[in-house]
Design a binder for this molecule. Structure first.
Ligand SMILES: Nc1ncnc2c1ncn2[C@@H]1O[C@H](COP(=O)(O)OP(=O)(O)OP(=O)(O)O)[C@@H](O)[C@H]1O
Ligand SMILES: [Mg+2]
Length: 217
């Protein structure tokens, strides 16, 4: 167990992102931003930075990742649900979903998988691939909506639609969390996956809109 979750160690440097009082970490958002800038440099590249205009969104996301139930509730975010991060191409959704688990890995963690890879695996291996995600681990399905329809031999399958239906059952029975990044809005998700999936996504996810410009160079 990490007895100092408020101190981040990167190589020989230490970053304090909050104070530990009575076994509870009181996080400091300014210090979190400093740490995220540095960690982003390390895991992505030197051009990475936290944009000032993205800070309101980051505040919401950080509260979720550190599981600050009270502040999240005030912002209409349910810490028991997953995140659906939607936004324009290149605004930085995938980068944030890779970066933010470093804040408090003991609170929020998941495996991040591009939906295209899941469908390519399905096409090669078939229905057993659907079973892989029918487990209690937490996942982030990256870029939902851009994957092609699955096709194993002659059998077509809406692979992500099926996986999301079973993830909903796991959310209800085992509290497993599913997170999603997507370029699609609610209506487009419904068109792509149907109203059954759309309704379940609403129940299992907090919809967070990332309203930012394309950061690709
Ligand atoms: N905070 C940032 N600072 C600098 N560059 C960034 C930042 N966030 C993202 N980028 C750059 O923009 C590119 C796109 O970021 P990312 O893949 O996270 O966006 P996305 O929203 O997931 O895009 P898509 O919708 O196409 O999946 C990255 O390759 C990275 O180079
Ligand atoms: Mg992405």
């Amino acid at each position: 167990m990490n007895t100092q979750p408020h101190i981040k160690i990167e190589g020989t440097s230490k970053f304090q992102i909050g104070e530990l009082k009575n076994n509870i970490v009181h996080y400091d958002f300014e210090k979190i931003i400093t740490y995220l800038n540095i960690k982003g440099h390390l895991i992505f590249d030197k051009n990475f930075k936290i944009y000032k205009e993205d800070e309101p969104l980051l505040f919401k996301l950080c509260c979720y990742f550190i599981q600050d139930h009270q502040t999240c509730a005030k912002m209409g975010i349910d810490t028991n649900k997953g995140l659906l991060l939607s936004g324009a191409v290149g605004c930085g959704k995938t980068s944030l979903m890779k970066l933010l688990p470093y804040l408090a890995p003991h609170k929020t963690n998941y495996e991040i998988i591009p939906t295209r890879n899941i469908v390519f695996n399905f096409n090669a291996a078939g229905f057993e691939v659907l079973e892989k995600y029918n487990d209690t681990k937490n996942y982030c399905f990256d870029d939902l909506g851009i994957e092609p329809t699955g096709c194993h031999y002659t059998k077509e399958c809406n692979v992500m639609g099926e996986i999301l239906l079973s993830r909903y059952d796991l959310f209800k029975t085992k509290n497993s969390k599913t997170h999603i990044t997507t370029n699609l809005n609610a209506e487009e998700l419904e068109t792509r996956y149907g109203s059954r999936v759309r309704s379940r996504l609403r129940e299992m996810l907090n919809v967070i809109a990332f309203d930012s410009k394309d950061k690709r160079q």
